[in-house]
Design a protein around this ligand. Sequence first.
Ligand code: PRP
Ligand code: 7HP
Length: 178
Amino acid sequence: MAAPPRVFLPEHKIQERIREMGEQISRDYPHGPLYLIAILKGAFMFVADLTRAISTPTRIEFIGISSYGRGKTSSGEVRVTKDLDVSIEGHDVLIVEDIVDSGVTLTYLLNVLGQRKPKSLEIATLLDKPERRLRPVQAAYVGFQIPDEFVVGYGLDYAEDYRNLRDICVLGEGVAAV
Ligand code: PRP
Ligand code: 7HP
């Protein structure tokens, strides 16, 4: 593993923002169940904290989507690695994502889930990198807008490393872009 990452968003700021997001989502969805669909693997930590910040009854489901492989840029080829175990027809659904970058992943997923007739379908993302957008995706709930830096930690990886960091960090020098 290369040089230690530099802290970009410390744990306490992440947690404070998630509490705010949870309060807003609870106000917007006063009646449950609200289906939180977390995208594996990056969103596993965010969904764990977000669901505890929401007072409306939630159900947690996971879907596996991958488009980055081991690099820092999207391969552009999105694939489902694990589908939902339940029907979302007639339910309020919030896709829970760690980061929106090119928008390729969410454009694909909105299309896939939209065909399953949910009552409503929105996105909650912890991070948004609007500068890198290739597809016009708009999340209803955004934790932080960030510049075009490759970040890791709090679920986000670089080639599967760093997911367990409590803070969100920028990789140090010496990590070559792939
Ligand atoms: C990352 C991240 C998002 C997606 C965003 O997933 O977790 O799901 O990329 O990128 P996009 O907006 O450019 O499509 P990745 O494919 O790296 O899988 P992972 O969550 O398992 O790390
Ligand atoms: C995907 C991704 N994964 C980790 N860190 C980032 O900055 C990323 N952008 N898109």
